[in-house]
Design a protein around this ligand. Sequence first.
Ligand SMILES: [Zn+2]
Length: 295
Amino acid sequence: MQIETIDLQFKGISQTIASYLIIGPDGPILIESGPGSTTEALVSGLAKHGFVPADIKHLLVTHIHFDHAGAAGWWAKQGAHVYAHHFGAKHLIDPSRLIASATRIYGDAMDTLWGKLLPIPAEQLTSLYDGDTVEAAGLTFEVIETPGHARHHHIYRLGDIAFTGDATAVIIPSANLTDLPAPPPEFDREAWLHTLDRIEAEQFSAIYPTHFGRVDAVQTHLDSIRPLLMDASTFVKSKMDDGLTRDEIIAAYRKWNEARAEQAGLSPHQIAQYAAANPQDMSVDGIMRYWRKKS
Ligand SMILES: [Zn+2]
């Protein structure tokens, strides 16, 4: 078995969104399709390993956000069978609601950012539940439900490693900074803390977050997510309590993150990588929604 990280060059920036190519005894598998806007990068990444799109018979997505599963329909069209959380599956079969809500957020930028979202025929989609196993290309993946970033999030265990999507936050290679992706509408702090306990108990020897690349220091990384979850959510809550508007909170949150970036010694390129992988206004919206739901 061989695992390759394919850099999707999202927005032309390196190491922001990954797709993982796993070469099993019986062929290749993809974890995450990335968005439709990066399909060309994914196809050329596969070509470097000697594969064409029709070789991909199995695509596993951790959740249905566009940066992870936006191109899943395109891969289904090339013949791939797609595996997704049962809450997300219906939206992949009929993406009209996803498209409508994303168009409200992104407007005209929708196509350039995410590309086209194609429907997946129901017979090419398997709905996954916690504890399921996926047999693909001679390998066995265990499905572990990991809500927090999104309610409909799974990680996939393969032996003693796991593909963790956004459940283990964002960490760009060689940047010493963990960043919290807390988008609306399903960000849930308590669920995420529980998810981190669950991931920790698995004692993985390495994890593969989608943003970006293999992480070997699993415990150190997990230990950095918990305080960040608490600090970021508490920060936004305190600004809400102070009566700040959404835009004011976003400005304050950016400042707070700029200070973190400076402390971590990020280069301008690394700052751009984090911004592309995880827009901060999105997290403010997600955290604000979380607190409103709670009160
Ligand atoms: Zn996501």
